[in-house]
Design a protein around this ligand. Sequence first.
Ligand SMILES: NC(=O)c1ccc[n+]([C@@H]2O[C@H](COP(=O)([O-])OP(=O)(O)OC[C@H]3O[C@@H](n4cnc5c(N)ncnc54)[C@H](OP(=O)(O)O)[C@@H]3O)[C@@H](O)[C@H]2O)c1
Length: 275
Amino acid sequence: MNPFLKAQKIGFLGAGNMAQAMIKGLIEGGIPVRNIYASNRSQGKLQKLVEIYSIQGASSNEELIDACDIIVLAIKPQDLLSALEPVTRAFDSTKIVISVAAGIPMRQLEKYISGGRLARVMPNTPSLIGKGVIGYLLNDEKDNALESTVEDLFAPLGKVIKVSDEDQFEAVTVSCSSGTGFVFEMMMYWQDWIEERGFSPEEARQMTIETFVGASALAAQAREGIEDLQARVTSKKGVTAAGLQSMRELEIERALRISFEKAAMRNKEMGREIK
Ligand SMILES: NC(=O)c1ccc[n+]([C@@H]2O[C@H](COP(=O)([O-])OP(=O)(O)OC[C@H]3O[C@@H](n4cnc5c(N)ncnc54)[C@H](OP(=O)(O)O)[C@@H]3O)[C@@H](O)[C@H]2O)c1
């Protein structure tokens, strides 16, 4: 973990699932617990977290912001702006503010946190087990110190990817965050078909999971691209080739692309709905 980060006070405004995954990663990465703070709406949950990780509990969001150099906004998008409203004055240009809230664009965050160094981060759900894809956008693309701070903070959660604008941020949201849900949808089709062939639900579940994990692990360690790997498992006029030909005739790619675009449209719409 970078020495700069070790000396910073890092606060989590909202102590739910995402905050807990990050806190665990930071502690394992060597950030001293005396430098990790959290505040939360319900005090019971906060107390539990303080006890489990021996971090510092802040009695209010304002106290947390005052005490910390880096503030991670880790509350649900629909609660975020009303939570920020009473504390906007506590932010100043020395603070780094990182929002993990989906659907709240940078320009809207800037209205509440003026002059601060800001990052928007989109971790997907596998981040909760350290296997995520985490996209991030900075309000100042040339702020190298902020860039390495975000990279180091989120590295324990998975693969961290810098994006250059809101469009790319949306692409990460759709393909990696919603994408996790899309992959589950396909896994459900797999499992159903296997069960129909007489396997128990548990066997079908395992066969599905291992097929997806195996294909992903192979792709992750192979030097060649996914297309070449596919060619390696496909012999001419063979079983796989017959299935693939059908997938192409049925235009699965087109169906998926339309679904991605629909998700992107909903992402924009949600950004407009959050007031
Ligand atoms: N979980 C994921 O996989 C995931 C993935 C990508 C992005 N995110 C983003 O991460 C953020 C947090 O998600 P999550 O899954 O961690 O949600 P969560 O488990 O519901 O945690 C949110 C926490 O925020 C607290 N909170 C709400 N209003 C507050 C306020 N005004 N002041 C202080 N604390 C407040 C809640 O307190 P209570 O205990 O009172 O409810 C709750 O503990 C969201 O913006 C979400 O979009 C999550």
